[in-house]
Design a binder for this molecule. Structure first.
Ligand code: PHB
Length: 390
């Protein structure tokens, strides 16, 4: 005896098979990448370099990662922590992206890390050094392609002490990145026999430095350590030189103080020593090819931010290649993003269990428009990842 199915059942089955079919098509379709970066304000140039670097790597792979074409979404976070949760939710909830790449500002990044943890969204941090992101907030779905604020700062503290400085003053914007950077510097500087005698700051992104410079001139320390970046770094380095301080008190900093900024800083930055996980003239085939490709594509010189964007794409590619683009294989994907050895323009680096690069930090000197390699300040430096429990 044959049973005839009621019409409604047939319709439902047809609808279900249609739905399943479209879900499959979607899985094999475009991968949604959301850039949350500063496209305005003092860090605008940094955001653009990161996006350019990321896109350069994708283009070199024929426009696909892990076999998937990429669809990009963008949000300007304005380096504004008070808007960060709303902004990241535009990518997570409205655009339903598969992975977020962002951001530059540590305060904004911490709000993003919280949202990424809460929703288990993949997050690749291509700059912001907030120690907490790969410290107390560490998670398998969060990885950083850049640095922790502690890393270049610790290296500079060691170098400054080795150069014989005894008394230092620190200067920064009063926010997570600046404060953590100053702390990292003091840790190594004081271990090396120096003493930080004063911490000075201005609110982010204020660039009224006159009162600080007057204080430095009065105190006459052996060295000044400054954390500023982007437009703020241009202004600080120029003001420091205009006050004549660079003639008597060396100005040190993490490399952000002179990265992507040398053209605008001109004579004021020449000869400055900084520490960073990148130097423009690293004479390796990998760096030379990267810089050539970047210059041809964007008619601009690559900087550390471009490298970090490029490497964010490399880390994502490592994850996607391990699962052939299938995001449902989440554990395999996130494990591969941790196990990768990144063949970076900065030199090869690995990722710590907490999700932060383990990398050489270089001593560089500003010459013309390049931050030139001088020495390895600290080899394979790993962030202490304080508070990370996985
Ligand atoms: C940060 O806020 O973490 C930050 C911003 C700009 C830099 C470096 C770190 O160049």
């Amino acid at each position: 005896m044959t049973r005839t199915l009621p019409l409604a059942t047939v319709a439902l089955a047809a609808a279900l098979s249609f739905a399943t079919g479209s879900a499959c098509a979607q899985a094999a379709g475009k991968l949604k990448v959301g850039f949350m970066l500063p496209y305005s304000g003092t860090f605008a140039a940094l955001g653009n370099s990161i996006e350019n670097g990321f896109r350069l790597y994708v283009n070199e792979q024929g426009g696909k990662l892990g076999g998937r074409e990429i669809e990009f979404f963008k949000v300007d976070d304005e380096s504004e922590p008070s808007k960060a949760t709303d902004n990241v939710n535009k990518l997570i909830k409205r655009d339903q992206v598969d992975v977020i790449v962002g951001t530059v500002h540590s305060g904004v990044a911490m709000a993003m890390a919280k949202a990424a943890k809460d929703t288990n969204t993949l997050l690749i941090v291509p700059n912001a050094g907030a120690d907490a992101v790969t410290g107390v907030m560490c998670a398998p779905n969060i990885v950083r392609s850049s640095f922790s604020n502690w890393q270049p700062a610790f290296a500079m503290g060691k170098v400054a002490a080795e150069k014989g400085a005894k008394k230092a003053i620190t200067v920064t914007w009063n926010y997570a990145a600046g404060n953590e950077s100053v702390k990292g510097f003091a840790e190594a500087f004081e271990k090396g026999g120096g003493k930080v005698v004063k911490d000075l700051n201005v609110p982010f992104p204020n660039v009224e430095f006159q009162a600080l410079l007057t204080e430095i001139a009065a105190q006459k320390p052996d060295a000044v350590y400054a954390f500023f970046a982007g437009g703020g770094a241009v202004k600080f380095v120029k003001d420091y030189a205009a006050a004549g301080l660079n003639k008597t008190i060396p100005l040190y900093g993490p490399g952000f103080l002179t990265d992507g900024t040398l053209e605008a800083q001109g004579a004021a930055a020449q000869g400055m020593l900084t520490t960073l996980h990148y130097a423009d003239n690293l004479d390796t085939p990998r760096n030379n090819a990267f810089r050539k490709g970047y210059a041809l594509t964007y008619k601009a010189n690559a900087d550390v931010y471009a490298v970090q964007g490029y490497d964010a794409a490399q880390i994502l590619a490592a994850g996607l290649n391990a699962v052939k683009g299938d995001l449902a294989k989440r554990d395999i994907l996130t494990t591969a993003m941790r196990k990768v050895t990144v063949d970076s323009p900065r030199g090869k680096f690995t990722i710590s269990p907490a999700g932060n690069p383990v990398q050489d930090v270089y001593l560089r000197e500003a010459k013309g428009n390049n931050n030139e390699y001088r020495a390895v300040a600290v080899k394979a430096l790993a962030d202490p990842a304080r508070g990370c429990k996985l």
